[in-house]
Design a binder for this molecule. Sequence first.
Ligand SMILES: Nc1ncnc2c1ncn2[C@@H]1O[C@H](COP(=O)(O)OP(=O)(O)OP(=O)(O)O)[C@@H](O)[C@H]1O
Ligand SMILES: [Zn+2]
Length: 490
Amino acid sequence: MQNYPVLSYIELPPIRVRNTFGGKLEEFKPLRPGLVRMYVCGPTVYDYTHLGHARTYVAFDAIKRYLRLRGYNVYHVQNITDIDDKIINRAREEGKDWREIVETYAKDYFEGLRALRIKIDMHPRVTSHIREIIEFIEGLIDKGYAYVAPSGSVYFEVDKYPDYGRLSGRFHPEEWRQEEDVLKEKKNPYDFALWKAWKPGEPYWEAPWGRGRPGWHIECSVMASRYLGDQFDIHGGGQDLIFPHHENERAQSEAYFGKKPWVRYWLHTGYLTIRGEKMSKSLGNIIPLREALKKWSPETLRLWILSAHYRTQLDFSEESLEQAKANLRRLRGALQGLQRIIEEVDPQSRLGDSEAKLVNTVLTLYKEFHEAMSNDFNTSRALAAALKLVKTVNAEILPAENYTAAILAYRTLLEFNEVFAVLDDIVYGVAQQAQKLVGKLVDLIVKVRAELRARKMYELADNIRAELGELGIKLYDYPGGKTTWRFEEG
Ligand SMILES: Nc1ncnc2c1ncn2[C@@H]1O[C@H](COP(=O)(O)OP(=O)(O)OP(=O)(O)O)[C@@H](O)[C@H]1O
Ligand SMILES: [Zn+2]
């Protein structure tokens, strides 16, 4: 006898995450059971969304989807930086109003997310939160963590927060980027701006210490806390943000709230590179997402991005995208084959030894998928498990027409798709498409019937009406010749 019972309950492994803070793999336990609050640093909208951004957004989308698959209620906030030096400079270069720049590229960003099937719960913008930002800065000044400089700029005094540097592991003041014109008014070169005093020609808001605009880091502290509370579970972004952005966010938030930790798990994505260099607007090597979408489907792009673990570097190449395309084709083929078996083949009444072995193989791969995803969301290994399953499906399950193995393999691919979202059209689309087609066909019949009535062929028209009625489709004729229809039970 072999290892029965094959259909035993599969216990899923606990989720573990690599926390940038401390660098260790930790068991994932949200602050409130069942609820995950997640903030991801979104774009500064001064140029087109590129594949580097897409990498980070898709990675966090997959993390969110996996947490949902495991039963968590995830609330995902991702900001839009709609005021910043880069936006102001871009507006100047193009001779446009900065708001026009923001709207153009925010639209492009939303289109990109929609294409990639990424749904974010809340998209706060900086300029809609100026009041809250000012209050937060006032609080930091009151608590002695920040000071107003002669220019009217406000700085966070890093020395007042002894824990500074623990997230990024960077403690050396000489590493701080220094801006010449502000250096002289800061207590220490490594103090960072919470509020930037107004310069002629720049947009501004009034604040108690003078007109100006918020610095970059403060916005995320304010908006994350406003929507997720003064302590939350996941804070994410690309690894370029660890220092100084997230180090500064952490310092000012823990200083303000007087609670630790502000964030439970810091997660950072590795770079998307091109010929080994970070894809970046400033390096001029970007591939805009909208261009990539002309060449590859959103599903291919998602599968390609998720073929690497989120923390590793992912290098762009046509070959790797072609590989993703081929993998997608194989996944689709297997899923469709399984659908056919489930629909057409009768369930087994008894599993023989070889069939039980096959079922066990599927269950092992199901487990492998969850083990990979539970281990710091390793989509790369999860995909490998799914592709192994495809092989088994093609080589054994489809030829043997094994219903039990097929339905378990199908369920595994459905769960895979819950995270990867690359097979939605097959999983959900068939029913939707069929529904649409039925609608169009009924419209066509109604049109033909109207023509028959116009030609006084009433008997034929009445027959059509009766036959449609038999199918549960009721027609309503109105004076003037208009006809509507709807499905009616019984
Ligand atoms: N090449 C990349 N790989 C992975 N993530 C990236 C890459 N470039 C930017 N990101 C991430 O995308 C999000 C939005 O980035 P943001 O708009 O601040 O980009 P940026 O720094 O202005 O872009 P660039 O680096 O092209 O100038 C951030 O979380 C950032 O870390
Ligand atoms: Zn941020």
